[in-house]
Design a protein around this ligand. Structure first.
Ligand code: ADP
Ligand code: MG
Length: 319
């Protein structure tokens, strides 16, 4: 397929129709008509073969994940997804690959009513860059700054499965086949916490999504807010699979490994009742893991109140 056939066949058949798209794919720019009186949240993430995913990954999973990581950033700000653009560098015009990639991408796009409105397609080493936008009521976005001493620290979902899967695939850990498959799904098909992010507006004092690991990402909230926190290690939610292997793998994959795409957020004591009231409407479990304190830095405590020291604190491309 040539470039224009490829775009028409795989990306211009946009299944999501939105009233706020005046002109989608096909011209030099898309034309968007934002709802009156909103702020636009804008985010982008670039996934590169060999750095963020294995080149032989299931293309449907890659399509899903490339959009999911951007939806996760929108969720972390409490934004309602609206539009995205897609930049693709492809080593070849592989029709079977593109069929699966676009199916994985559009299945998630449909679920969150986010419209693909443009992009760029070039030949090159496999890479996928998405930019996504969403609406937030003015002044209501959840930021990293805003946590205060006395706030409680929460996370959605369960942490560490993506780290288990990564170790398994790198040959650093051997898991039974069924467990490897379960955690592999968490690595390849992360569920962005979009509904939770929107419901947390007006409740959370600060929020972030967990792409680089709890210690590093909660650390960003603490730094931006000028506070510290104490997290109770034993309260950090683990999956049944992780619990089965906890004695062997330890806590660090749950505390300091990225790729879980859960949300971490803080809630002032005076708003805990509001959180309880919306808990049932969230599409995921929410667990209190600690408390914001004065001072600086994150202290993780084990069951005896001793500090849990991490071997490393999170992913850093340039470390
Ligand atoms: P230009 O040369 O003006 O930048 P292109 O020829 O690259 O335009 O793209 C033609 C149209 O197809 C544009 O509307 C562009 O946004 C869209 N497009 C190109 N690649 C993609 C893609 N991977 N996904 C979605 N839309 C794309
Ligand atoms: Mg042009």
């Amino acid at each position: 397929v040539n470039e224009f056939e490829l775009i028409a066949r795989f990306f211009a058949r946009e299944p999501v129709r939105r009233a706020d798209v005046t002109l989608g794919i096909g011209d030099d720019c898309a034309l968007l008509a934002p709802r009156a009186g909103v702020e636009l949240a804008v985010t982008t993430d670039l996934l590169v073969a060999g750095v963020h995913f294995f080149a032989d990954v299931d293309p449907a999973a890659l399509g899903h994940k490339a959009l999911a990581v951007n939806l996760s950033d929108l969720a972390a700000m409490g934004a309602e997804p609206t539009w995205f653009t897609l930049n693709l560098a492809l080593p070849a015009g592989d029709v079977a690959w593109l069929e699966k990639f676009s199916a994985g991408l559009f299945a998630l796009a449909r679920r969150y009513d986010i419209a693909l409105v443009g992009g760029d397609t070039v030949r090159g080493p496999l890479a996928v860059g998405i930019q996504a936008c969403g609406y937030v009521p003015p002044g209501q976005a959840l930021r990293r700054r805003g946590a205060a001493a006395g706030d409680r620290v929460f996370v959605t979902g369960e942490l560490g499965d993506a780290g288990l899967a990564l170790q398994q695939r790198r040959g650093q850990l051997s898991l039974p086949a069924a467990d490897a498959a379960t955690v592999g799904m968490r690595l390849d098909w992360p569920a962005p916490r979009v509904a939770a992010g929107v419901r947390l507006r007006g409740i959370a004092s600060a929020a972030i999504d967990l792409s680089d690991g709890l210690a590093a990402d909660l650390g960003h909230i603490l730094e931006a807010s000028g506070v510290g926190a104490v997290v109770a290690r034993e309260r950090v939610p683990l999956s049944a699979v992780y619990r089965r292997h906890l004695a062997r793998v330890g806590w660090d994959l749950a505390l300091a490994n990225g790729d879980d795409y859960e949300l971490c957020f803080t809630v002032p004591a005076g708003r805990l009742a509001q959180l309880e009231a919306v808990r049932a409407e969230l599409d995921c479990p929410v667990t209190e893991i600690g408390e914001v304190v004065g001072g600086r830095g994150l202290r993780i405590e084990d069951a005896d109140g001793r500090e849990h020291r991490l071997a490393h604190t999170g992913h850093d491309h340039f470390a």
